[in-house]
Design a protein around this ligand. Structure first.
Ligand code: APR
Ligand code: PHB
Length: 398
C-alpha cells in the first residue's frame, strides 16, 4: 500500500522525534518509522545531560513541562584528581548558562506523548526499511509493518536511525567520507537506587582509570567507570563496582559513595565518528546516524537536537517560499558544530582517561598538568565551561 507525507523520518530517537515535532509546529506533515516497540524506546537507558540550548528548545516546543519539573539544574561540575576536588563554576563562567540532568529516555517519553497528542503518525516495530529514489525529487521509504509491505512516498527523507541504522548505508558507495577514531577503552555504566553522593557531576581522573558520578533523580545515581573495550559485564559483580568507584573517587579528606541496589549495568564502546556530507540528494542525515561523540562531553543528544533544529528551519523555509538555501547549507552549517563538539569530546576524553599504552607515565603527567591548568586558570576553565553548557550558534571565524 502506498501513502504519502512531506517528510519521511526514519528513527524515533531524540533526532527523529524532535524533528517530527518541530515540523508539526510548522504545519509540515511527517511520518516517523521506528524499528523497536514503544516500551523499548522509552526504557532504553542512555545519557542524561541537556545543554542550555536543548532545554530552551524543548521548552519553546511545548514539551518541556516535565523536564522543568523533574530535571536537575546544575550550575557547576567537579573535576577530581590527585585526591582533591575542583569545582568548575559553569554559570559564573558563561554568563549564567547551566545544564539540566534529565534522562534521554524521559525526553523521548515526552516527545512520543506530544506526537501522539498532536495526532501525527508514529509507527513502531517497522521492519526491512529500504530507501528508494533519494537521488530524485520523489524519494520513498519502503517498509513492512504488521506483516504488510508498504511504501511511503515523500519529498524528503530524514535519516535519524542512529549509528546502526540503514539510512547512512543507503548513500552510494564513495559519496560519503568517514572519519573515525576508536578509543582503547570503554565505559561500564550503572544505574543504582542510591541517593546521589554529590549535588553536581564529578569527573574523576585516577591512575586506575576514569570515573564519573552522575544522577537521574534524588534517589537514582548514574555512575560510569573506564574499563577495557568489550569488557564482559559479568566480570563486574556489584561489590567490585562499588569498591573500584570508591577507590578512583577517593579524596584526601575521605569520601565514599552512597551505595544501593544496582538496577542496570552495561558496557559502551568509545568512538568518535563523522560521515561527511550530512546530505545526499533528498536524504538528510542527523544525529548518531552521521556522527558519534565519546560520552565524556555529554554531547550526543544535544548534537542530534542541534542538527534537526537546522534541518526543520531549512525545510520550513523551503515549504514556505521554495528557498532551498537552508537545505543546501544544511551539511556545512551542522558540520561546523559537529567538529567543534568532536574536538571538545575528544579533549575531555583524552584529558580524563588512563591511556593503556602510557608505560612511562608521560601521558598521565601531561593530563595532570592539563587538569591543573584548567583548575587554576579562569580562561582555561571558561573554555571547558562554555563548551560544556553549549553554544547558541557556531559561526565560522570572522
Ligand atoms: N528502521 C527504523 N528505525 C530504526 C532503524 C531502522 N532500520 N535502525 C534504527 N532505528 C531506530 C532505533 O531503534 C532508535 O530508536 O532509530 C532510532 C535512533 O535513535 P538514537 O540511536 O537515539 O539516535 P539519535 O536520535 O540520533 O540520538 C542520538 O542517542 O544514542 C544516543 O548518545 C546518543 O545521545 C545520543 C542520541
Ligand atoms: C549521564 O548522566 O548519563 C552522563 C553525564 C555526563 C556524561 C555522560 C553521561 O559526560
Amino acid at each position: 500500500m502506498i501513502y504519502r507525507t512531506q517528510v519521511g523520518i526514519v528513527g524515533a530517537g531524540p533526532a527523529g522525534l524532535v524533528l517530527g515535532h518541530l515540523l508539526h509546529l510548522e504545519g509540515i506533515d511527517s511520518v516517523v518509522l521506528e524499528a523497536r516497540d514503544r516500551e523499548y524506546v522509552e526504557q532504553r537507558v542512555r545519557a542524561g545531560v541537556l545543554e542550555q540550548n536543548t532545554v530552551n528548545l524543548l521548552d519553546e516546543m511545548g514539551v518541556g513541562e516535565r523536564m522543568k519539573r523533574e530535571g536537575l539544574v546544575h550550575e557547576g561540575l567537579e573535576l577530581r584528581f590527585g585526591g582533591r576536588g575542583h569545582r568548575i563554576d559553569l554559570a559564573g563562567l558563561t554568563g549564567g548558562r547551566s545544564i539540566t540532568v534529565y534522562g534521554q529516555q524521559e525526553v523521548v517519553k515526552d516527545l512520543i506523548a506530544a506526537r501522539l497528542e498532536a495526532g501525527r503518525e508514529l509507527l513502531f516495530e517497522v521492519e526491512d526499511v529500504e530507501l528508494e529514489g533519494v537521488d530524485t525529487e520523489a524519494p520513498a521509504v519502503a517498509f513492512t509493518h504488521g506483516g504488510e509491505r508498504r511504501r511511503l512516498s515523500c519529498d524528503v527523507v530524514a535519516g535519524c536511525d542512529g549509528f546502526h541504522g540503514v539510512c547512512r548505508d543507503a548513500v552510494p558507495e564513495g559519496a560519503l567520507t568517514h572519519h573515525e577514531r576508536e578509543y582503547p577503552f570503554g565505559w561500564l555504566g550503572v544505574l543504582a537506587e542510591a541517593e546521589p553522593s554529590s549535588d553536581e557531576l564529578i569527573y574523576t581522573h585516577h591512575d586506575r582509570g576514569f570515573a564519573l558520578h552522575s544522577m537521574r533523580s534524588p534517589s537514582i545515581t548514574r555512575l560510569y567507570l573506564q574499563c577495557p573495550p568489550g569488557e564482559d559485564v559479568g566480570e563486574w559483580p556489584d561489590d567490585r563496582i562499588w569498591e573500584e568507584l570508591n577507590t578512583r573517587m577517593e579524596l584526601a579528606e575521605g569520601f565514599s559513595l552512597h551505595e544501593g541496589p544496582i538496577i542496570e549495568k552495561g558496557v559502551t564502546p568509545m568512538r568518535s565518528f563523522v560521515a561527511e556530507p550530512m546530505q545526499h540528494g533528498r536524504l538528510f542525515l542527523a544525529g548518531d546516524a552521521v556522527h558519534i561523540v565519546p560520552p565524556t562531553g555529554a554531547k550526543g543528544l544535544n548534537l542530534a537536537v542541534a542538527d534537526v533544529r537546522v534541518l526543520s528551519r531549512a525545510l520550513a523555509r523551503w515549504y514556505d517560499s521554495g528557498d532551498e538555501s537552508g537545505l543546501e547549507s544544511y551539511s556545512e552549517t551542522c558540520l561546523r558544530r559537529v567538529w567543534r563538539t568532536q574536538y571538545f569530546s575528544w579533549w575531555m576524553t583524552s584529558m580524563l582517561h588512563r591511556l593503556p599504552d602510557d608505560r612511562d607515565g608521560f601521558q598521565a603527567r601531561l593530563q595532570r598538568a592539563q587538569l591543573d591548568y584548567v583548575c587554576s586558570s579562569e580562561s582555561a576553565a571558561r573554555t571547558l565551561a562554555e563548551n560544556y553548557v553549549g553554544f547558541d550558534s557556531v559561526e565560522a571565524p570572522g
